[in-house]
Design a protein around this ligand. Structure first.
Ligand code: GDP
Ligand code: MN
Length: 389
């Protein structure tokens, strides 16, 4: 789960991470009042959406007068902000953050993520802050310094110091930086985060350090331990179909292709998306109905798949283990009837009660195509999707 920058900063502050003072706003009068109550002469008005690249897209503006703060708030609130992370459709801005500005000296980068290759967290730091870190990683990977963290020990002070020196910080800044990095690590661990990114992490002319931006992502499977964080979810920032799917306990991720997938088990879902690509098609989604899908869930799954206008065929790939194939087939037949599904449905079924399942499909009188193997079924699905185009 993602949260907004202002929410991430509120969380980080609790762990002692220094951020500028700021106030979240939902309307222009609120933004006006926020600038007034923050005081000072310069403010920054920032669009709050769950995507980076806001600065380039016109979603971060500095105001030098109270009137200018209001003008910026008016222009940013409600705009459709397009950044490299939102995709061409952009994201509507519904919240703002009005902050005091910082006297920026240098813009640096900090990030913590899980390195799946080593199964360890890795703390990243770079002098190339304030720009797209993906570009830095692709073009000049040597500009990103990394410290692998031993989970039993945590981020050692010596490691934080090493990163601070790699960032070229001044002697007067090193101790602050070590404390800053350790607070950031503590925040990551204690909130069950899966990503923390501070870009830019800034130094000021008077040697202070601040998180000028904050991106935090949390592990969905740990949210039950963090009611306060769970409450920060903003479904307006999520794909409506994904929100709908999560209501029914379905793991659904929308993609851009034309072949909808309904699969049980995440591994099989990944393999299904791969084989669709291999057969020359492209998947419209990832959907794992889980091990114990009920007929009702299967029907909801169909509804969600079919609300994607790009879908030209549905590929159902099931290995019946705990989820018996006959039960799945009954659910599919009922859903296809109730929802009057017009797009072709291709199935590949194996496992418990597969014969009964095949019979149920056949006896339904509906026009299902069944592939004997995954590859055959994928080929059928790709062919069916082509016809639809
Ligand atoms: P992002 O583009 O979505 O990553 O948004 P950021 O919060 O990182 O802001 C983008 C850029 O705006 C930063 O890299 C800074 O250069 C600039 N910026 C953000 N806050 C301030 C501020 O308080 N003062 C000044 N002068 N620039 C800022
Ligand atoms: Mn940023």
């Amino acid at each position: 789960m993602n949260v907004h920058e202002y929410q991430g900063k509120e969380i980080l502050r609790k762990f002692g991470v220094a951020t500028p003072r700021g106030i979240p706003c939902f309307s222009v009068p609120e933004a006006d009042a926020a600038a007034r109550s923050l005081g000072g002469k310069v403010w920054v008005v920032k669009a709050q959406i769950h995507a980076g690249g806001r600065g380039k897209g016109g979603g971060v503006k500095v105001a030098h007068t109270q009137e200018e703060a209001e003008t910026h708030a008016k222009s940013i609130l409600g705009m459709t902000l397009v950044t490299h992370q939102t995709g061409p459709a952009g994201q509507k801005v519904q919240r703002l953050l009005v902050e005091e500005t910082a006297d920026i000296d240098r813009e640096l980068y900090l990030g913590i993520v899980l390195d799946r290759a080593t199964s360890k967290l890795v703390f990243m730091a770079s002098q190339a802050g304030g720009m797209e870190i993906e570009v830095v990683a692709a073009k000049t990977p040597e500009a990103i310094f990394k410290e692998e963290i031993d989970p039993a020990i945590g981020l050692g002070a010596w490691q934080a110091r090493k990163l601070a020196f790699a960032l070229g910080l001044k002697p007067a800044q090193i101790n602050f930086a070590v404390a800053f990095l350790q607070s950031l690590y503590k925040a990551f661990i204690e909130t069950d985060a899966s990503l923390v990114e501070i870009n830019p992490f800034i130094t000021t002319k008077d040697d202070k350090l601040f998180a000028l931006d904050a991106k935090m992502t949390f592990d969905d499977n740990a949210l039950f331990r963090h009611a306060d964080i769970k409450a920060l979810r903003d479904t307006a920032e999520e794909d409506p179909l994904e929100v709908e799917a999560s209501k029914y306990g379905l793991n659904y991720i929308k993609l851009d292709g034309s072949i909808a997938c309904m699969v049980n088990g995440a591994g099989l879902a990944m393999a299904t998306m791969d084989i669709i690509q291999y057969a020359g098609g492209s998947p419209a989604n990832f959907l794992d109905v889980g091990g114990s899908a009920t007929q009702e869930q299967i029907e909801h799954a169909f509804e969600i798949l079919l609300s994607d206008v790009n879908v030209k065929a549905i590929f159902i790939n099931i290995f019946g283990g705990i989820l018996r194939v006959d039960r799945l087939a009954t659910g599919v037949v009922a859903a296809a009837r109730n929802l009057k599904v017009k797009v072709p449905i291709i199935l590949r079924l194996e496992g418990t009660n597969v014969e009964e399942g095949r019979k149920i499909l056949k006896d339904s009188g509906l026009n299902f195509q069944v592939g004997a193997t995954m590859k055959e079924a994928a080929d059928l699905a790709v062919a069916a999707a082509m016809v639809g185009v």
